[in-house]
Design a binder for this molecule. Sequence first.
Ligand SMILES: Cc1ncc(C[n+]2csc(CCOP(=O)(O)OP(=O)(O)O)c2C)c(N)n1
Length: 352
Amino acid sequence: MATEMAGTVTASGATAAGAGQLTLEDRVWLLRAMLLMRGLEERAMTLYRQGKVPGSFYDGYGQEAVSAGAAFAMSPEDRLCILHRDLAAHLIRGVPPARILAQYMGRATGITRGRDGNVHFGERSLGCVGMVSMLPDMMLVATGMAMAFKLRGEPRCALTWFGDGSTSRGDFHEAMNWAGVQRLPIVFVLENNQYAYSTPLEKQFAVDPVQRASAYGFVGVTVDGNDAEAMFGATFAARARALAGEGPTLIEALTMRMHGHAAHDDMKYVPKEQVEEWRKRDPIERQETRLSELGVDVAAVRAEVAAEIETAAEEALAAPMPEAGSAVEGVFCEGEAEPLGDGVPRWSGFLG
Ligand SMILES: Cc1ncc(C[n+]2csc(CCOP(=O)(O)OP(=O)(O)O)c2C)c(N)n1
């Protein structure tokens, strides 16, 4: 049962109702998306260690359910601002795995065509905005898109992810305030992974930021961020509210950053016991257990995904580097900007 307190909902009944919308095939897709994310990031980390990924490398190990569950609930016509630990969202929107690995390696076939080998990308043709490095500016971008949907009377929704570190920035408050005042169709997903680089939660905020939602006049929900189905359910409910004109929702996904901030960070500042405690709540294992109990051949899904990753790696490694002269292209908008396109429908509710 949901417990309402100052606009904050925990252990939401709506979340469970939303998760009830998933068919067995949907639930397997959620597992696939998480396995693909983890496998691709592990492959990319190896490529990084081989010197094939320039700069550093950022991953979302242990946080796969947050992006997979939320992105799965968004329709192709919705628009997403995806952050640096949310690879599953790109995959769910329809970005082929080979393009992701090519992106990390700065190849011409990557999403930014070699302009950024890092996590700052978004495939416009699939309804995603390229990630802005300054945090959390994507909250403002998503709020602006939601404002456009409202002004044009379009029945769609914007969603963005951001970390606990973002909650201390002014942009967080500006976006939340405007979205609340205008009752915009937007879902804010706060990925509370316990650390912002080396800053733990107790040095980040005095009050759980989910409670701030009520200060801006909308619902805040706390969800188990290591449960893909709970994430789907909460996002499904938030999207329904947004489309019904009931305004934004802040979803706080409780999770843990299981790796360092990036490949160069050994996270010595994180107590080992804390990591071990969270390891027991691994989102992929949880989904596998569920599906095994329903008779799904989880090992076969794993093998299929592993093969897909190997094929993607071969393709990405064979892809060319960009022509040096192309570095000056696409710096400024030339002519009419292409409007954002739609993503691939994944959830069965969008297929019919
Ligand atoms: C305004 C701003 N300051 C600093 C950075 C550098 N930076 C990138 S990620 C990061 C940590 C952010 O922590 P959090 O928001 O909790 O997200 P997490 O990385 O834990 O997912 C920092 C400090 C940045 N991108 N933007």
